[in-house]
Design a protein around this ligand. Structure first.
Ligand code: CA
Length: 484
């Protein structure tokens, strides 16, 4: 099959990855289908599936794109400096050797989405069912492109809240045609947010609202929209999107896991009959396994690559009735996060990867409500998360502060790739507290790590634009992230 020639920036970046440091770079598995191969809706479905296939890679959402924001912050730590996560934890990367896979995989997703979106409107349909399928494919492609751009911004650009989006975002490529001569500049963060929100709102009007295993649907997309608005500090819109997502998802059968379900629900094989609380996840299977670089194998019993800090362990353990203590798996006095549990009959590296959970959407709603000075709704959406963790606890009757919501968010979402971004977008500090746990877990020595305390003025809170990209694209001259 003829493969698509993608943008210069992506092609050259791909060519360069094979000569980088081993820990940094591996080539993605997916090839984009030929331009001429998308002539039927069924072929657009095939092209869309290649986006999900790219996402499944352990250097994408089955691993690195998720753990990056955990091991660069305060609650998780590489077990030693030589572990896979060690260079991230230590910020041991430079302009010339920083990982390029984050960039490569996300632009690969975008290129595939652009191909689908360039063809989809003109594709013939036989009946209403096929027209509905076509709309759904278009909606999914728009929302997945938004997800990819949003994650590029989270990794390569300063928070919107730092300067109202005035600083460098990423190159915005939204039309289909790969133009080998095109050398896009970085757009501003504000311009990128505009595109992301436009894609999501258009996509949400087209995407299906029923459970479709492993696919983004309307409720997952609305949840993502609430996250995007929260990062943009548009809290009225964030609250509305979160509330729409919660109401819609719950009417469609999704529900927060109960206290009893919580410790093991991560291994549930969700279905239309029992969708659970995961609104969007990467499906890994024994027959389609991401291998041992995936989160299940890295965070738990496999490579034992990264774990929680003693201070985070103590934070949760201070309430022994908090059910979230049960997501620790302690081995040789090290506490791993055991959220990536394999489905029945699988080994641990085949664990699915939840990317958007209903719990996060409750916390998005609560945070937006606090920022809107709407205490009633802050209580309304925070309380179910607090009570689910420990049925004896409640925040009813309290004045909810931002700190209170973020404390709960920290406890709830540990290990799911949020922490660095949650602190930075709120202009808070990463404080790596050196603390020894009293009995069950040891502290991991932190002396190998630099920069134990930092805020958004630390230049390494973003990665540098990959060297190969800078070298290939003269329009990016002078547009590297400051400090690199
Ligand atoms: Ca699985």
């Amino acid at each position: 099959m003829k493969t698509y020639r993608i943008l210069s920036l992506i092609t050259l970046c791909a060519a360069a990855v094979s000569c980088g440091d081993k820990w940094l770079d591996l080539e993605p598995s997916t090839r984009v289908p030929s331009e001429t191969s998308v002539q039927l809706v069924s072929e657009a479905v095939f092209a869309l599936n290649s986006v999900y296939n790219t996402m499944q890679d352990p250097y994408a959402y089955s691993g690195r794109l998720v753990y990056y924001a955990d091991v660069t912050a305060d609650d998780m730590i590489a077990v030693s400096s030589t572990k896979r996560t060690g260079n991230y934890y230590r910020f041991n990367f430079s302009r010339d050797n920083a990982p390029s896979t984050h960039w490569y995989y996300l632009y690969n997703m975008i290129a595939n989405c652009n191909i689908v979106l360039s063809k989809i409107d003109g594709l013939p349909t036989q009946d209403d069912a096929e027209k509905k399928l076509r709309d759904n494919v278009k909606g999914e492609a728009l929302c997945l492109r938004a997800l990819a751009y949003f994650d590029l911004l989270r990794i390569y650009s300063y928070p919107y809240t730092k300067d109202n989006g005035a600083s460098f975002g990423v190159p915005l490529v939204i039309d289909e045609l790969p133009d080998i001569e095109r050398k896009p500049e970085r757009s501003t963060v504000a311009k990128c947010y505009e595109q992301i929100i436009s894609d999501l709102t258009s996509g949400i009007n087209l995407i299906g609202d029923t459970f479709q295993k492993g696919h983004l649907n309307k409720w997952g997309a609305l949840a993502l929209l609430s996250r995007v608005y929260l990062y943009k500090n548009d809290n009225v819109s964030a609250f509305k999107a979160a509330e729409d997502a919660i109401k819609g998802a719950e009417a469609a059968g999704y529900a927060l896991w109960t206290n009893e379900e919580y410790p093991t629900a991560w291994s549930d094989d969700s279905s239309a009959n029992k969708p659970g609380e995961v609104l969007f996840e990467i499906i890994n299977l024994t027959t389609d396994s991401p291998g041992k670089e995936a989160l299940g194998y890295l965070s738990g019993t496999g490579y034992k690559d990264y774990c929680v800090t003693a201070s985070f362990y103590n934070l949760l353990a201070s309430d022994s009735k908090d059910v979230r203590n049960k997501i620790f798996k302690v081995s040789s006095k090290i506490a791993y996060v055991n959220k990536y549990q394999p489905q029945e009959g699988e080994v641990v590296q085949d664990a699915n990867i939840p990317l958007i959970r209903l719990s996060e959407v409750y916390l998005n709603a609560a945070e937006a409500a606090v920022k809107n000075r709407d205490n009633a709704n802050a209580v309304k959406y925070l309380d179910p998360i607090v009570k689910r963790a420990n049925p004896d606890k409640t925040v009813a009757g309290e004045d909810i502060t931002l700190d209170r919501v973020l404390l709960e968010r920290r406890k709830e979402l540990v290990g799911e790739g949020h922490r660095l971004y949650d602190l930075m977008r709120n202009n808070l500090r990463v404080e790596r507290v050196d603390e020894t746990a009293p009995s069950k877990v040891s502290s991991i020595p932190k002396h190998y790590a630099k920069d134990l305390s930092f805020d958004w003025s630390f230049y390494k809170i973003v990665l540098p634009i990959p060297k190969a990209e800078m070298d290939a694209n003269p329009s990016l001259a002078g547009q590297q992230n400051p400090g690199y």
